[in-house]
Design a protein around this ligand. Structure first.
Ligand code: SAM
Length: 283
């Protein structure tokens, strides 16, 4: 049997059996592959790195979306940068009275995810509340004069086209697109094997926002331990919302979830000491 061998982190390989290659294409921008694995179902990889899998994407996307939206409590407009697999968009569509702009650089990712992994996007790309833009997210935020309540940076890792989505200039431009009290959430990798990316994002976001931290979730197909979502905001009250209020909002929203609960939301922000030490370590 063929093996998919992810070598995203030096010295660490993730090997997945390839039961069947469903699709493979070198798009203009990325090497895209969709294959079937006995544990994870359909798996999408870009440039040799696992992006999303049918079986565990709910964890990654529920925590990416419901944490900022239920913490904020009054979100009507969301910008997603990246997210071409449609998983974040599917979770966003569970919220009423919402307008989503999704900006992804590679149309092929969207088209192939819709065609071969339709459960991930769940029809979100056909929802009239979603405005799809094919563009470099870095350019888009530098040029737009629109504002959003939450910006979700659902990017690949900082290699290839995704690299620009971790720069200070990009974060600065995202901040200028945020409505008052808005929240930015980043895909910030697996701290145990991507410590430098965590620290760099922390320092860059910390130079722009007063409340910067991370929250955690364990995504089985992301090797190396828990992964971190970056949280950046100028309204600390959002992160301090009580469990009772979160529970009230969660019930009122009537959102079906399989991982997210208000208790998991709160607990996700409790950073273990070794990760806290990564953030304060002097280089
Ligand atoms: N869950 C994945 C992870 O944790 O790495 C991310 C999934 S999503 C498929 C990543 C998306 O980022 C891809 O669709 C890719 O095309 C998009 N992307 C990469 N660089 C981009 C850029 N500069 N602007 C907009 N989208 C970008």
């Amino acid at each position: 049997m063929e093996l998919f061998d992810e070598t995203l982190h030096s010295g660490v390989n993730l090997a997945l059996d390839v039961e069947e290659v469903i699709y493979r294409e070198k798009t203009d921008l990325q090497d895209l592959m969709i294959f079937r694995n006995s544990q994870f179902g359909l798996v999408m990889s870009l440039d040799g790195a696992v992006q999303t899998t049918e079986k565990d994407e709910f964890i990654y996307h529920e925590m990416f979306v419901h944490v900022p939206l239920l913490a904020h409590g009054n979100v009507s407009r969301v910008l997603v940068i990246g997210g071409g697999d449609g998983g974040a968009a599917r979770q966003l569509m569970k919220h009423r009275d919402i307008a989503v702009t999704l900006v992804d650089i590679d149309r092929s990712v969207i088209e192939l995810s819709r065609k071969y992994m339709p459960t991930v996007s769940g029809g979100a790309f056909d929802d009239p509340r979603l405005d799809l833009v094919i563009a470099d997210g870095c350019k888009f935020v530098a040029e737009t004069d629109e504002r959003w309540d939450v910006i979700i940076i659902d990017s690949t890792d900082p290699h290839g086209p995704g690299e620009v989505l971790y720069t200070l200039d990009f974060y600065r431009d995202c901040k200028s697109c945020l409505a008052d009290g808005g929240i930015i959430i980043t895909q910030n990798g697996v701290p145990f094997v991507q410590e430098s990316e965590l620290k760099t994002s922390y320092d860059r976001l910390g130079s722009l926002f007063s409340d910067v931290t991370f929250y955690l979730a364990a995504i089985p197909s992301y090797v190396g331990g828990v992964m971190a979502y970056g949280w950046a905001c100028d309204r600390a009250a959002h992160r301090k919302v009580s469990l009772a209020i979160l529970a009230e909002r969660y019930m009122a929203a009537g959102i079906p979830t399989d991982y997210y609960t208000p208790e998991v939301h709160q607990a996700a922000f409790a950073l273990p000491l070794h990760i806290q030490k990564m953030l304060t370590r002097k280089d």
